[in-house]
Design a protein around this ligand. Structure first.
Ligand code: SAH
Length: 253
């Protein structure tokens, strides 16, 4: 198995800035001598503090973002940037979403739930980071990836966590995954022209779907975050802020 990089001794200066005077003191990342490695929890706490300042409130989401080691999901050359609020390449032309977007979408998905969600479907496993975050917030996570190389990479990345309730599937997520349906929540990390009907069909009544969708009203092919609630009275769609995701593609490769 591929050796995972240890957390780097050298830290980006933006992560080591001291807290503003108005906020509670937070652990500040301190560079340690090369070769010793370090505990990455301090930089993650800092990231979580930033997510809170961006408006993420759900305590379970913030706890998950603070617990999952994002640096284990990116290539060793990018480990220094793992806790910056930036998307990063994960190979095969795909990207891991920035922490701000992951936490925003997962917070929307949870819709203020106090406990864990039931079964959740994720379209676009990528490197497996968001699946790991979801694993802390749901009873069962089904995550589909259409690129074999990334499906395998996610399997490698998640192995050390031993998560029997996370099911990684190789296939076309536009079909959803009927065997796990109905889902309390569905989240897509790739944006298409329209929402596949399979997703709506496989969503439980009372469930919520969060996905980027191409916004036809805007000039050019911009995307917006879409929230779909399946209520006993029918489907309710809400279009939120512009986002930028990789395209949703059909078939496998
Ligand atoms: N959640 C991921 C983000 C990966 S980027 C992470 O944490 O890393 C989005 C992913 O969606 C890409 O890997 C892309 O290959 C995948 N994707 C695009 N269309 C898909 C489809 N129809 N079915 C499954 N995965 C798809």
């Amino acid at each position: 198995m591929k050796q995972r990089p240890s957390f780097p001794a050298r830290l980006d200066s933006t992560l080591a800035k001291s807290s503003p005077a108005t906020s509670k003191p937070m652990p500040v990342a301190v560079p340690v001598p090369q070769g010793l490695g370090m505990d990455s929890s301090a930089v993650r706490s800092r990231m979580v503090q930033n997510l809170g300042q961006q408006g993420v409130r759900d305590p379970l989401v913030l706890a998950a973002m603070g617990a999952i080691e994002r640096h284990r999901f990116v290539d060793s050359a990018l480990v220094n940037q793992a806790y910056e609020d930036t998307s990063l390449p994960i190979g095969l032309g795909q990207t891991i979403s920035k922490p701000g977007v992951v936490s925003r979408m997962v917070e929307l998905l949870r819709n203020g739930a106090t406990g864990k969600l039931g079964r959740v479907l994720e379209i676009g496993t990528g490197c497996g980071y968001q699946a790991a975050v979801l694993s802390m917030l749901a009873d069962e996570v089904y995550s589909i990836e259409r690129l074999r190389g990334l499906h395998d990479k996610a399997r490698d990345n998640l192995r050390h966590m031993r998560l029997p309730h996370v099911h990684l599937l190789f296939g076309d997520g536009m079909q959803g995954y009927a065997k796990g349906a109905p889902y309390a929540a569905i989240i897509s990390a790739a944006g298409g022209e329209a929402l596949p009907t399979a997703w709506i069909d496989q969503l439980a009544v009372g469930g919520r779907l969060v996905a980027p969708v191409v916004n036809p009203s805007a000039q050019g092919a911009t995307q917006a975050l879409m929230v779909v609630d399946k209520t006993p009275q029918g489907i309710k769609q809400t279009v939120l802020e512009p986002v930028h995701f990789v395209p949703l593609k059909s078939g496998i490769a």
